[in-house]
Design a protein around this ligand. Sequence first.
Ligand code: PEP
Ligand code: MN
Length: 346
Amino acid sequence: MLIVMRHGASADEVQKVISVIEEMGYQATPMPGAQRTAVGLVGNDGRVDASRLEGLPGVQEVIHVSKPYKQVSREWRPEPTVVKLAGGVTVGGNEVVAMAGPCSLETERQVLESARVVKEAGAVILRGGAWKPRSSPYSFQGLGRPGLKLLAKAREETGLLICTEAMDPDGVGWVSEMADIVQIGARNMQNFSLLKVAGRCGKPILLKRGISATIVELLLSAEYLLAEGNYNVILCERGVRSFDTMTRNLFDLTAIPVVHKLSHLPIIADPSHGTGLRDKVIPMARAAVAAGADGIMVEVHPNPEEALSDGAQTLYPDQFTQLMREVRIIAEAIGRRVAEPAAVGA
Ligand code: PEP
Ligand code: MN
């Protein structure tokens, strides 16, 4: 439930609303806005009797949020959330951000070379996993913590921001110490205890859609993060399982406008995992930007044939360079622009 205060309501009036919510046994979240202040009521599982709040001085109206993913919903916050990252990079505003890099971090040379090429092409965020959620326990599992050191070095050298996955609570601790964005992967989208830890880690979260998750389930998982006080959440469409084996996943482009309608959170698109096929990544990345994605996440490797994971869906550096040229034109055609890398290390 949202208690919308009158324009010019006093701090005492807002405080009174907060106290009454707390007396009723719920939590109050004050949300000062440019036009009006609202106080959110959370902690209820069902409709709340608003009669005590409606009559309080300074209260303009009480809005019952109909969606189960309350704080994530547009009803709760009509204006889009803009996640602010270091170096003035924003996700969810007018800029379209490119996150790119290898599937797995492998060697120092591979990480640094990847960082250089994706920056050169126009990415602002370096992606790459130190811990990899692999279907087989015998597949390469990632470098672990030494991988994070390589990312730190790449950031120092290039100024790129870092997005990397945490697979368990310890990982959230280590990743949130160094990365700019903590990624929660598709397989962990409904790992609710991990989401609670991530919600308290203090860093922006990239939450990827589960392999067979509905859009409502994705939004409910994001609600876990907001419920812990982390409002810097970026969603990611990365394809879902389908009956058709022609592509690795069914890349659900419709999710982008659907999420934008239902939620104020930004959503980016990952056509690499979405399609699993190098030659399909480029058209679907272009389509995602045209559909309004707030960014793209693309796997790029200096030498994809030698990649220890996901080589078949990984772009060659020159393909990514060409894609970025095209994406700039598409972004411009819909009144947006692609975020450009900072001058660090240029
Ligand atoms: C990844 O981005 O490295 C990854 C493993 O993706 P997903 O969780 O979407 O499979
Ligand atoms: Mn991958």
